[in-house]
Ligand binder design. Sequence first.
Ligand SMILES: Nc1ncnc2c1ncn2[C@@H]1O[C@H](COP(=O)(O)OP(=O)(O)O)[C@@H](O)[C@H]1O
Ligand SMILES: [Mg+2]
Length: 307
Amino acid sequence: MSDTTDTTGVKGTAGPADETVSLGELLGPTTRMPAVKPGRRRGAATVLSAPATLEADAISAWFGDHKVLERVSLTMPARKVTALIGPSGCGKSTFLRILNRMHELVGSASLAGRVLLDGDDIYDRGRRITHARREIGMVFQKPNPFPAMSIYDNVTAGLKLGGVKAGREDKDRLVEECLTKAGLWKEVRDRLRQPGGALSGGQQQRLCIARSLAVRPRVLLMDEPCSALDPTSTRRIEETIHELSEEVTIVIVTHNMQQAARVSDQCAFFLAEQGTPGVIVEHGPTDAMFNSPQDSRTSDYVQGRFG
Ligand SMILES: Nc1ncnc2c1ncn2[C@@H]1O[C@H](COP(=O)(O)OP(=O)(O)O)[C@@H](O)[C@H]1O
Ligand SMILES: [Mg+2]
C-alpha cells in the first residue's frame, strides 16, 4: 500500500503529558471577552475563547488497508456553520473524527494529510492529543450524558478530565453559562442535582452540548445530533446551533436536507461511489448547493433522488 507512506504518524504522538491548568487560566485575560448579551448575566464575566478556522488538507483515511477517504480538503471557517452531507458510508463520521483526533482510537486506523486549527497542525508531534480534543469538541448522534450523574456534574465533567481545577463559585458560573448557551438553563435551573438520565432525549442532547462547551472549545463537531430526536427537540437544537455559531465554529453531519438548509452557511457533499473511497464532490455556500449546484450528483442528492 504505497500511498500510505505519507500517513501522519497517528500512533504514539500524544506528545508531552497534559499539565493541570486552573479554570482561571482557561478563562484567562487572553480569552476574556465582553458578555454576549450585556446585562443578561449581571456581573458574571461571560468568557469565551475565540472560534477558530479549521482546515482539512488532503485528508485520506484507512481502516486497515480499506481506504475510506481520498484527499479530502475543506476549510471550515470561524463563525460559520458547515454541514457535511452525503449518503451513509461515504466517510462523514470518519472525517469528523479525524478533525479531533478520535480516528486514531481505532486500532487499525491510519490517515494522511493535515488538520490545521488556525494554521496549527493538530497532528503535530509536539502537540498534545488532549489539547486538540479540548479545543475541538464533539457531540454524538445518541445523547450520552452520564445518566446517574447530576445535571450540574455532567456539565463540569470535562473539566476534571481535562485537568482543570475550579472552585465552587467558578463552577456555578460556568454551569449556568454553558446551560444558558445550550438553551437548557431555564428548564433545569431548579433541578441541577437531579440525574442527567432523567431528562428527555432532546434535553439530554442539549446537556451534552453544555458539557462540550464547558471546556471552551473553539470548534464543535456534531455527528447527526438530532437523528434520535423528535421534531420539536430538533428545532430547539437547531436554534442552539444558530445561537452558538458566533462563538464556536460548528461542523455538523446531517442526513436531513431541510436541516442542512436551515442551519448551515456552507455545505460539503461527500460521496463514495462503487466501493471507491469517499471524496467531496462539491462544496460551497448552502444557498448555491441547494439552488444552483454545479454537479448533477449534488443536485440529485439534495433533491432526495438517492441516498
Ligand atoms: N471502526 C471501523 N472499522 C472499520 N471500518 C469502519 C469503521 N468505521 C467506519 N468504517 C468504514 O468506513 C467507511 C465510512 O464510514 P463512516 O465514516 O461511518 O461513514 P458515514 O458517517 O458517512 O456513514 C464505511 O465503509 C465504514 O464501513
Ligand atoms: Mg456517520
